[in-house]
Design a protein. Structure first.
Length: 138
């Protein structure tokens, strides 16, 4: 059964445009050093969809990526405690969805994006996925 996620990245470090340029091979989503976020990476399955969120600069959902390789040891972690996944670009949102707009929608006010703003990898329930998809005109 497909699950849904939100992945945060600072656009000056890794942007949706860089993700798109990575092409069919996708890119490794690494560097996660929070245990809760890492546990979320471990729960991802092939084909799961993820909103791509630009954090710090922009603070908005800008696209969708798909998990193409499940969790494996993160090569950027010298102690081999953390994992990474590989994701492929799916689409860019026609209308980016700002954090401000998400906060104003009472139907999705329960999301970790609002409740745990520093968490970089978080689950999104299907109902919220559909609401956000509609907001982004997907």
């Amino acid at each position: 059964m497909r699950k849904y996620w939100l992945l945060k990245s600072e656009p000056d470090v890794w942007s949706i445009d860089q993700q798109k340029k990575a092409g069919i091979k996708g890119a490794v989503w690494d560097g996660v050093r929070n245990y809760q976020a890492a546990n979320n990476l471990k729960k991802m399955n092939l084909g799961d969809l993820c909103f791509f969120y630009h954090s710090n600069i922009g603070k908005e959902i800008v696209g969708v990526v798909k998990v193409i390789k499940t969790s494996f040891v993160d090569k950027t972690d010298s102690k081999n405690r953390f994992v990474a996944v590989q994701v492929r670009f799916v689409k860019k949102l026609k209308v980016p969805i700002s954090l401000e707009k998400i906060k104003k929608n009472k139907k999705i006010s329960h999301l970790p994006l609002i409740k745990q703003s520093r968490l970089s990898v978080m689950p999104i329930d299907y109902k919220s996925w559909k609401i956000i998809s509609n907001m982004g005109k997907i």
